[in-house]
Design a protein around this ligand. Sequence first.
Ligand SMILES: Nc1ncnc2c1ncn2[C@@H]1O[C@H](COP(=O)(O)OP(=O)(O)OP(=O)(O)O)[C@@H](O)[C@H]1O
Length: 299
Amino acid sequence: MTLDSLVSASPAGPARSAGIGVRCQNVVHIYTTVAGHDVVALRGVNLDIAPGEQVALLGPSGSGKSTLLGLFGGLQRASAGKVLVDGIDISRIPEAELTRLRAGKVASLLQGARRNLLTYATAAGNVDFARRGMASADVRRLPTARQLLEQLGLGELTDTPVNSMSGGEQQRVALAVTVSSGAGLLLADEPTSQLGHADRDAMVDLIQRVNAGLGTTVVIVTHDPDIAARIPRRITIRNGRIGSEGVHGRDYAVIDQDGAVHLPEDWADDYPPGSLVEFEETDDGFFVRRVDVAPPGEH
Ligand SMILES: Nc1ncnc2c1ncn2[C@@H]1O[C@H](COP(=O)(O)OP(=O)(O)OP(=O)(O)O)[C@@H](O)[C@H]1O
């Protein structure tokens, strides 16, 4: 029996784990430091993530990836703009509703496996603990801890205390525990950063198994190009904006709300800030051409 059939064949109906979508409309986020300075982390992000999609967020250090993930997870509220999770603008809802959303619909995998786990308990014990606040009717709709771990390929760890697992095993169990309450959106910040190659690949396999088996929407932040290459949609954040998108192996520039086009990184040297360009529409699409306009008096 697959995980999918486990979920859909449940007598109480489908579990709550069908993927949920995220939409950002002109999202701006500003931090105020203790010294009273403003840091603009996001400068107008527009983005649509469909239910069940897998998205990697890439970009240089400080570009705003973790901030965006934090906004999706309701850990902080956007300074301006809308962040719609499952159609709800979570930057505007009351704190109690946000807490319910964090507990039910969104699963955030924190950096460092042990921060997500009770280290003295077994893998199954951790799944049961993660579900303790749920209504029993909701728990009955989900696979049992044992079934879930088996279907995610972690069956042999079911009765193993977290303390005696390797780092890679702990991280995989942390992911299983994080999604065990049937959340529709998985957010993971650098989920493979402390792992060796084999564990890193096993972790991505597991993320994809969760996505395929439960339909969970996946958004992961990564610096690792090999990980990103395995995720179908790659969004590069640059200086608080969406710089470019990679879809099905090709990179595309993205037109912003105000009509600005952010060039893919490898074009930036040829088109420095302030370059004059003109667009020409042809039968094949558009051409962009850099033009050199001589300063007055040099004609
Ligand atoms: N709590 C905070 N207070 C003030 N500034 C912050 C805070 N958190 C982040 N920033 C700033 O906001 C900007 C975006 O940071 P963010 O952590 O989102 O980037 P990132 O792309 O995730 O970086 P990294 O890859 O290094 O984790 C940076 O300039 C950062 O210094």
